[in-house]
Design a protein around this ligand. Structure first.
Ligand code: ADP
Length: 472
């Protein structure tokens, strides 16, 4: 089968979060299962672009509103990622340093999608599946079915995966002219609440919709940032498929970013060496349990609760745990966390920014990983934590619920709580401290047990293929 993944992110080319991890891994595993798998994404000005060699495979042109634009498609020469990687270059529009955050993001991503459809329409053959990820490629299911320039693709099955329904890519109808020509009576397929809504349009027009965990699929029917009724009515064509992790990239036995590699037999010593590095670097005490948070500092991740929860825990538990945070996001949360560093030097530290290498050392060196998320479609951090023998402390929601079992339950290996508030977090930190200090045998058993759980993409990649086959 020829599968085309269309996405704004793909690790290691460009990643802002979990979307990048998934699109960097799922296609690789699908290729290993014998499929011809291709990823198409925008050509940003990244290190990966500059450090690799590319073939020019296509040049074309299309209209974005009244403006004609030229685009080119380049392909990475060696297939080093384990799948065919194509980048779309539209001069001036996509070749920027950041992935998101520009005033013309609407034009950038609509232009990208038009170029992808135009390129595929120029082929002699048709792909078997177009698999779109999140709203940045959410207009494609509509475009291939309805836009006149791409009519040759009208019967190609499309699959749309919701990695995060909070972001829907809303476009005011004043920009209606950006969408290539279609029968205007079909405008309703683009509209949700008097706005062009790429995520809603994809849910309507894709042949199948998937979410990145079964629990998130259920939750979206009741909480989907305004799309609850749509997701309920399209439930019949939807499926929740749990994300996996790239077990080659995320392997503590071979991870080149770690200070010391380890496996389930050497977890104790291995983690200690990585913890020592973190404690030296951030002025923390190696003898205390180290609790970390890695992620976007936004309300969705309940990062706004962290400063009070950490302050309260340090007082309540007499400073017997240390905390380290890696992330960036809302300026208010960032500065409240930085203030804490002054107040609790030696107990708490924060790194504001994005650092892939520090995140790996933190997964390895921490004793506990805290994820109080209000919304968590799947969550990859807890899966990385499990793989690195770090006990996840998670709120019972979405994918966290599907992947973490509380240690109070039979063969449990994590800590779960119900509310993203100071009380629940501080209480869970108390349980973590007790586990670390007084239940050492159980703690050590949990570490090696969780490292052996298979969360690789093997099973889920095959599930996606089964889903594609059902559309033939
Ligand atoms: P999101 O909702 O942000 O996509 P996920 O749990 O699905 O959340 O994925 C988050 C991914 O982003 C993980 O690989 C995590 O390690 C990484 N990540 C998030 N913030 C940072 C950061 N500041 N530095 C390094 N990696 C980060």
């Amino acid at each position: 089968m020829e599968i085309i993944h269309v996405s704004a992110e793909c690790f290691p080319v460009a990643k802002a979060g979990g979307l990048g991890d998934v699109v960097g891994a799922l296609p690789k595993y699908q290729t290993q299962l014998g499929q011809l798998t291709k990823v198409v994404m925008p050509m940003y000005r990244t290190k990966f672009l500059l450090e690799n060699e590319w073939d020019l495979v296509h040049e074309g042109g299309q209209y974005l509103g009244g403006n004609f634009f030229h685009y080119s498609i380049i392909k990475e020469k060696t297939n080093k990622l384990g799948f065919d990687l194509y980048l779309v270059d539209i001069n001036g529009l996509l070749d920027r340093e950041k992935i998101y955050g520009y005033d013309d993001d609407t034009e950038r991503f609509v232009g990208f999608q038009i170029a992808v459809c135009d390129w595929m329409s120029s082929w002699q053959h048709k792909p078997d599946i177009i698999h779109c990820h999140d709203y940045h490629s959410g207009l494609i299911p509509f475009m291939v079915k309805n836009c006149f320039p791409f009519s040759s693709l009208a019967d190609v099955p499309t699959v749309f995966t919701i990695h995060n329904a909070e972001y829907q890519g809303w476009i005011g109808w004043d920009k209606y002219y950006l969408i290539p020509p279609y029968d205007t009576f079909k405008w309703g397929l683009l509209d949700w609440n008097k706005t062009i809504n790429p995520l809603a349009s994809a849910v309507r027009c894709a042949w199948k919709v998937t979410t990145v965990s079964p629990s998130y699929m259920e939750e979206l029917r009741y909480s989907a940032n305004g799309l609850e009724s749509l997701l309920s009515s399209e439930y019949g064509k939807s499926a929740g498929i749990l994300n996996g992790i790239d077990a080659e990239v995320w392997n503590p036995a071979t991870d080149a970013m770690l200070i010391k590699n380890y496996d389930e037999h050497t977890v104790k010593e291995g983690k200690k060496k990585n913890k020592k590095e973190l404690c030296n670097r951030f002025n923390l005490d190696i003898d205390k349990p180290l609790i970390v948070f890695i992620g976007r500092l936004v309300g969705e991740k309940a990062a706004d609760v962290l400063p009070d929860a950490i302050r309260s825990s340090i007082y309540q538990h007499h400073g017997v745990a240390n905390f380290l945070i890696l992330g960036s996001g809302e300026p208010d949360i960032q500065s409240r966390l930085e203030d804490l560093t002054q107040q609790f030097a030696g107990y708490f530290s924060v790194y504001i920014g994005y650092s892939e290498s520090l995140s790996h050392i933190m997964y390895a060196g921490a004793d506990f990983l805290l994820m109080p998320s209000r919304v968590e479609p799947c969550g990859l951090n807890q899966l990385y934590a499990l793989r690195y023998g770090t006990v996840p402390m998670v709120r019972s929601t979405g994918g966290l619920k599907d992947t973490v079992k509380d240690f109070g339950d039979w063969q449990g290996y994590g800590i779960r709580f119900n509310h993203a508030n100071v009380e629940d977090i501080a209480y869970s930190i108390g349980r973590a401290i007790d586990l670390y200090t007084n239940k050492r045998d159980l703690f050590n058993w949990m570490r090696s047990y969780m490292m052996q759980i298979d969360h690789s993409w093997d099973t889920s990649a095959a599930e996606y293929i089964k889903l594609y086959e059902s559309l033939k």
